[in-house]
Design a protein around this ligand. Structure first.
Ligand code: CP
Length: 308
């Protein structure tokens, strides 16, 4: 793997290799602390972020690489003066050995890869994909369940613009006997292309219109935020789906809650102390999984033989 721009271009073996490295990083973090000494990595974020940017930057520093960064690139980088994404990439690749990019356009990472001479990581592209979020989501599922095969999961909320849901669906499709329940906010259903993708991969996708229709012994509930900033129909009346202590009470003691975060109000804070609420732990898994990804891409791209 030389870039990581879509969850669709990853094989199960590549994913498992990344997870094994992430496991090792969790156990032996110091072993990796000089792995990328002498390299510089750039993060350019054209959209806001807390988790993705800071966990990537933590991962870069914990691997011993140097970091250059533009937070709020839409305002503070030369995009503000009309520079194209392609020109920005052509410039930054002269300063950094890898570029990690978050951008508001769905095809931004594909465009970046076309002109880049360094590895590119998609850190979230418009309402399209967010493959590194899916990486840590599936890692958390594997960690909790002990395996990913046989996972039954309800994906809820904004399935139309929810890029984390799109990438999650793609990574889950690499595993056997996956069953996905979709319960979307009205008007924000999963786009046809993802339904067709699941059909092609022989993954069962069952649409539901209420929480009561989700099996009470399901393994995971993956709740998402409505991406208000991406709504094309500004007049759409949003009827939010809120998970709270009361409606979660009928789920089993082995049904776990995931959320890519940030949360607005779609998971009541009263659930935060429940042992089945994994979302904060899930976010923390962003560091070892992103360390594993950066380390692997850099190793393969530059033919490194770090002493690990
Ligand atoms: N999950 C996620 O992408 O969060 P941030 O927007 O804070 O990076």
């Amino acid at each position: 793997m030389l870039n990581f721009i879509s969850a669709e271009n990853v094989s199960r073996q590549e994913l498992e290799n990344l997870f094994s490295i992430a496991d090792d990083i969790k156990e032996n973090r110091q072993k990796y602390s000089k792995a990328l000494n002498g390299y510089v990595i750039a993060t350019i974020f054209f959209e806001p972020s807390t988790r993705t940017r800071l966990s990537f930057e933590s991962a870069i520093l914990r691997l011993g690489a140097g970091l250059i960064s533009t937070e709020n690139a839409l305002e503070n980088a030369s995009a503000k003066k009309g520079e194209s994404l392609e020109d920005t990439i052509k410039i930054i690749q002269g300063y950094a050995d890898m570029i990690i990019i978050r951008h508001h356009e769905n095809d931004s990472s594909q465009r970046a890869v076309k002109v880049a001479k360094v590895p590119i990581i998609n850190a979230g592209a418009g309402g399209g994909e967010h493959p590194t979020q899916a990486l840590l989501d599936v890692y958390t599922i594997r960690e909790q369940k002990g395996k990913v095969d046989g996972t039954q999961i309800a994906i809820m909320g904004d399935l139309k613009y929810g890029r984390t849901a799109h990438s999650l669906i793609k990574l889950l499709s690499l595993y056997d006997n996956i069953k996905i329940y979709g319960f979307s906010v009205k008007g924000l259903e999963l786009p046809l292309q993802y339904k067709e993708f699941l059909k092609e991969k022989h993954i069962e996708y069952i649409e539901r219109s209420s929480l009561d229709e989700i099996p009470s012994d399901i393994d995971f509930i993956y709740q998402t935020r409505v991406q208000m900033e991406r709504l094309e129909d500004k007049g759409l009346k949003i009827e939010p789906i809120i998970l709270n202590k009361e409606n979660f009470a009928r789920f089993s003691n082995h049904t776990y809650i995931l959320h890519p975060l940030p949360r607005v109000d779609e998971i009541s804070t009263e659930l935060d102390d429940d042992y089945r609420s994994l979302y904060f732990h899930q976010a923390h898994n962003g560091v070892p999984t992103r360390m594993a990804l950066i380390y692997s891409l850099m190793r393969d791209y530059y033919n490194l033989n770090p002493k690990i």
